[in-house]
Design a protein around this ligand. Sequence first.
Ligand code: GLU
Length: 306
Amino acid sequence: MIAGRYAPSPSGRMHLGNLMCCLLAWLSAKSKDGQVLLRIEDLDTQRCPRVFADAIIDDLAWLGLAADGPQLPVYQSERAEIYQRYYDILDRRGLVYPCFCSRSQLHAASAPHRSDGQVVYAGTCRGLTPAEVAERCKIRAPAWRVQVPDETISFTDGHMGMYEENLARDCGDFYLRRADGVFAYQLAVVVDDALMGVTEVVRGSDLLSSTPRQLWLYRELGLTPPTFYHLPLLLAPDGRRLSKRDGDQSLENLRARYSAEEIIGKLAFACGLQATPRPVTPQELAADFDWAKVPKNDIVLPESMF
Ligand code: GLU
């Protein structure tokens, strides 16, 4: 049984980019008679209040894209004990270490920057002695990183094709846990997708470079990875990335101006799924959905579409 998923971070209402991701996750699963599960990625409870999660659930139902599965979605904010168990597996193997670097130290370090603007961690705190760790703990609580091997992880993305990264060179030791105790996205997403039985992950290409790290975690934790499909990004007509701050493109505003079929129809046209922006239901699109229709390059929304 195919199981896709939505994994929204409810730090605001959905925008069109989030919606494109949900639409394609739904179509990819449903066109293969699969299910779509919902997980609310609210690890950062300060930034992700329940009201936004509730609004996303309501928006998905209104659009005809309601999730399947249990009545209640999985909330990451309620799963710290589960993440702890998997964190402990890596910790027991001596792969986890405390990092005391501040944000400014990380940026000042001479480590190379990745193409996505992230800093490759130089391993500054990897070799600290127990005495040094104890001394620094008196000054600040550390975050926790996992030590990655000098290994190239490659995989074939269902949409983007072959992708690879060398963990040590292109990524560096990455966070498993923040200084305030909150587990990091990279760990939570792997544990959750595996435990929820997700077989395919559809998400934006901004997360393509997280995938080798996640595949490595799957292997180290003895979990089965899903198939990945990374989508092109949806850009505003002026070429900017859409963000939750773009009020015009939020579901709240779109719902006031268009019907669900109109929104789905325009979006389906923008991402190559139909020849005109005519109103359409997700079911109609599922009938002849094919990943080959979806572009690989970023999609710029036509000027007067929304
Ligand atoms: N929560 C992430 C987001 O809303 C998605 C993470 C994922 O799909 O792996 O961008």
